[in-house]
Design a protein around this ligand. Structure first.
Ligand code: ZN
Length: 333
C-alpha cells in the first residue's frame, strides 16, 4: 500500500541499485512508517516492470505495472505481520513454494516479508534454506526495524540495501508536499521526524483532531489518582488503538525528559508547554523511566498475548506513579 511515490529527487539510491544488479537476498532496515517502505515499493515495482523508464524506475503502464497496481501480480508475494503478531512456518513454506516456480509474467519472482523480526524461529529456519540456495530469478526482500533480533544465520545471508537515512526537515516538506496545512505538518513532523509515512497515515485517520482529547485526559490523570487511571483504562480498553496511544505517550514522555534537561528547542507539544513544565518539575525520575520502558516494551508485551485491558491499566498506573511516587500495582515484566 503505497501512499505516494517517492519524489524524483530521492531516486538515486534505487537507480544505483538497479544498475548494479539486484541481489537475490536483500535486507532493508528502517522504522515502520519511514521512507524505507516506500523505497522497497519502488524497487519491487521497478524489478517486476517490463520496461523501466529512462530514469530506471517502473513505467506504470505495462502489464506488470498494471497487475501490481491492481494487487494481482502473480510473481509478487508479500507476507506481513501486524504489530504484536508472528509470522508462522506455514507462511514461509508457502513462500518457499512460491519462489520455486518460474515467473509467470515478469522476469523474476519477488518475495517481500515484513517485519522480518516477526518470524518465529521455526519459520526463520525454514526460510534459511531458501536464502542459502534461492531458485534462479527468485528475489527475497526482508524488511526489519530491529535487524539485531534476526538470527545471525539469516542476517549473514542478506545483503543490506543502502537506503539513505532521514534528513532533518525532510518530513515537514514531504507532508506539506502532500497538501497538509503547514501548522499540522509541522506538528506531525515534530513527532514523526523519521517516519513521514506514519505521520501521513495519522493525518488521514483524523488523529490530529482526536489527539487533544487524549492529551487532556492524560495530563489530568496524575491529579485524579489511580482510581481515575483504572477507570480511564477501562474506557479506553474497548476501542482505543493502543499503538497510537503509544505514539502519543512516547512523545509526551520525551517532552517531559526534554523539559527536565531544559531543552526547549525540540518540544513536540508546545500548546501544553505550561502544564508539561510543571509536571516535569515534580516528576520522579525513576518512575519516569519506568513508565517510558513500559511503553517502549508494549509491542513485545502484545506479542506475548497479554490482555489489552490489563496492559493499559498497568501503563496508566505507571504514568500516575511518576507523580505519586508509588510503584504502580500490577506491574509484571
Ligand atoms: Zn511497467
Amino acid at each position: 500500500m503505497s501512499a505516494h511515490r517517492l519524489p524524483p529527487a530521492e531516486w538515486q539510491p534505487l537507480q544505483s541499485l538497479l544498475q548494479a544488479g539486484l541481489p537475490q537476498a536483500m535486507l532493508a532496515v528502517g522504522e515502520s512508517g519511514s521512507l524505507v517502505g516506500q523505497y522497497c515499493d519502488e524497487l519491487q515495482q521497478a524489478a517486476l516492470c517490463f520496461a523501466p523508464s529512462a530514469p530506471g524506475l517502473s513505467c506504470g503502464t505495462c502489464r506488470a505495472c498494471r497487475l501490481l497496481a491492481e494487487g494481482n501480480h502473480p510473481d509478487l508475494l508479500v507476507i506481513t505481520a501486524e504489530t504484536g503478531k508472528r509470522i508462522a512456518i506455514d507462511s514461509v513454506r508457502h513462500a518457499n513454494e512460491f519462489l520455486a516456480y518460474t515467473p509467470q509474467v515478469s522476469a523474476r519472482r519477488w518475495l517481500r516479508l515484513e517485519p522480518a523480526e516477526a518470524l518465529t524461529t521455526a519459520a526463520a529456519n525454514a526460510l534459511l534454506k531458501t536464502l542459502e540456495e534461492p531458485a534462479a530469478r527468485a528475489h527475497i526482500l526482508l524488511l526489519s526495524e530491529r535487524p539485531s533480533q534476526l538470527l545471525a544465520t539469516i542476517r549473514s545471508r542478506l545483503q543490506r540495501l543502502p537506503f539513505p537515512a532521514p534528513r532533518p526537515g525532510q518530513c515537514v516538506l514531504w507532508l506539506e508536499g502532500l497538501g497538509i496545512p503547514p501548522a499540522a505538518a509541522l506538528w506531525l513532523s515534530r513527532q514523526f521526524a523519521n517516519r513521514p509515512l506514519r505521520a501521513w497515515q495519522l493525518w488521514e485517520s483524523g488523529w490530529v483532531t482526536l489527539c487533544p482529547t487524549w492529551i487532556d485526559a492524560l495530563l489530568g490523570l496524575p491529579q485524579q489518582g489511580p482510581v481515575a487511571a483504572l477507570r480511564l483504562a477501562d474506557n479506553w480498553a474497548k476501542d482505543i488503538d493502543l499503538l497510537l496511544l503509544r505514539e502519543l505517550m512516547l512523545s509526551l514522555l520525551a517532552d517531559l525528559l526534554r523539559l527536565r534537561n531544559h531543552r526547549l528547542d525540540s518540544i513536540v507539544h508546545v500548546d501544553y508547554l505550561q502544564s508539561l513544565e510543571a509536571m516535569a518539575q515534580s516528576a520522579q525520575a525513576i518512575f519516569l523511566w519506568e513508565a517510558l520502558e513500559g511503553w517502549l516494551r508494549l509491542p513485545e508485551s502484545l506479542m506475548q498475548n497479554r490482555n489489552v485491558g490489563m496492559l493499559l491499566e498497568t501503563l496508566l498506573l505507571s504514568w500516575v506513579s511518576i507523580w505519586s511516587g508509588e510503584k504502580a500495582h500490577g506491574i509484571t515484566s
